[in-house]
Ligand binder design. Structure first.
Ligand code: NZQ
Ligand code: ZN
Length: 394
């Protein structure tokens, strides 16, 4: 196991009706004037936004609103938010929504105290020195942004999707009420489930030996997702299954399952170019890319893939030919994603094979190599897009 530091300071408030305590927690973490940030219509339609506002008002906390965050959140609204916060003297950001809303709030939080362009933190190695405090009321189990120090934003000019990371933007508190996720369409539920599994796989496929505890934690999250996702697709109002998935989404990405081990993250980088170009859901892009990446790299360590196949997908071990077990595990993963309504290939995602050179160009590694488990070149990434373009269930 590698040496590590683990810092996850977020207070998680989990359970029914917990959004009614938003005001109390904003006060606890020092907020006096709040920017209430949200997405399209879902939080308004469900009445959630009104309940959060009531909770803020009950604590006598002043707030203003900025809605309209789109999935794959854009820099344009971030700039608007930064100006608004400065003008209004905002000292606390409360994101009510999913990963897109939370990431937009985190970007605003980084931008307000910074003299330059907030995009510096996403496009260069520059690290932030300060940020406004951020907190969340989560409405979809997916990105894990409720417990992570990451934010992913799309630059409208040029369509670049890039991430920034800092402990400064780890949420002060996150309110997780599984009942809020019962209004999710099946497709969004499945996209979220795919993203959660991908966050685990990015950590599971490692070259670090002797990481039994994190291997087993990873497998527990993956097995939970395999069990619970079909239950909520069949029965969207199943609170207990929603609750297990919601906590799995947090555990998958606050890095407790990834400490002490080298991680990969190429599938995420390769996917981000798809959601930047086609504005598809991140999880749907991952459903197409992650199995393709697995097929491209499994020979690097067939036993690790066989371990996943046996422990997570219940495959029987072919001791003479572990590659066969590895391939069977990948096949079952793709089959599982299909069974929950995820796309299998480019055509089902709405992507085009002729765009592959442009996708690789925007990925932007030139002659270099990237990734933890297997270091990929531009030619390797081209091949992974090709596998994803033509993938099938056979
Ligand atoms: O905008 P509204 O109307 O709220 O609709 C949203 C949106 O259309 C809807 N939705 C959310 N909660 C709902 C609901 N609809 C009905 N009932 C509810 N309770 O779902 C749609 C998707 O929302 P979004 O926030 O985009 O989903 P997600 O949480 O998957 O976030 C995706 C974004 O997070 C980034 C992705 O790249 C993508 O931009 N990621 C962020 C990470 C992080 N910060 O740590 C890590 C991830 O790997 C990921 O890259
Ligand atoms: Zn993700």
């Amino acid at each position: 196991m590698l040496d590590f530091q683990f810092y996850s300071p977020t207070e998680f408030v989990f359970g029914k009706d917990t959004e009614s305590r938003a005001g109390y927690y904003v006060r606890k973490y020092g907020g006096s004037k709040v920017l209430l940030h949200y997405g399209g219509n879902s939080a308004k339609k469900s009445g959630l936004l009104d309940r959060v506002k009531d909770s803020l008002s009950a604590e006598g906390i002043d707030f203003i609103e900025l809605g309209g965050v789109q999935p794959n959140p854009r820099d344009t609204l971030v700039y608007e938010g930064i100006e608004l916060c400065r003008r209004e003297g905002i000292d606390f950001l409360l994101a009510v929504g999913g990963g897109s809303v939370i990431d937009s709030a985190k970007a605003i939080a980084l931008g307000v105290p910074y003299d330059g362009d907030f995009w510096d933190f996403y496009s260069t190695e520059k690290r932030p020195a300060a940020a406004l405090p951020v907190a969340t009321v989560l409405t979809i189990a997916a990105a894990g942004s409720e417990g992570s120090g990451d934010s992913v934003i799309t630059r409208t000019d040029g369509g670049f999707k890039r991430g920034a990371g800092s402990d400064l933007i780890r949420p002060k508190f996150s309110i997780l009420n599984p009942a809020l996720t019962c209004t999710l369409p099946a497709y969004q539920t499945a996209c979220g489930a795919t993203d959660i599994m991908a966050h685990v796989f990015e950590r599971y496929f490692t070259n670090t030996p002797e990481v039994e505890i994190t291997d087993r934690l990873c497998e527990a999250v993956l097995m939970t997702m395999v069990k619970e996702t079909p239950r909520v697709i069949a029965d969207p109002g199943n609170y207990d299954a929603r609750a297990n998935i919601m906590w799995a989404g947090m555990v998958a990405h606050n890095n407790i399952v990834g400490v002490g081990r080298e991680q990969d993250w190429n599938s995420h980088g390769i996917e981000h170019e798809l959601s930047a170009l086609y504005d598809c859901a991140h999880g749907a892009g991952l459903a197409v890319i992650m199995p393709a990446w697995m097929e491209f790299v499994y020979k690097h360590n067939p036993m690790r893939f066989a371990q996943m196949a046996v422990r997570v997908f219940g495959c029987s071990m072919d001791f003479a030919h572990p590659e066969n077990t590895a391939l069977e595990g990948i096949r079952r993963f793709r089959q599982f994603l299909h069974s929950i309504g995820m796309p299998v290939n480019f055509a089902e995602l709405g992507a085009r094979e002729e765009d592959i050179p442009a996708l690789v160009e925007k990925f932007g590694i030139g002659d270099g190599r990237t990734g933890g488990f297997v270091k990929l070149s531009a030619a390797d990434i081209t091949e992974i897009y090709r596998i994803a373009a033509h993938a099938s269930l056979s």
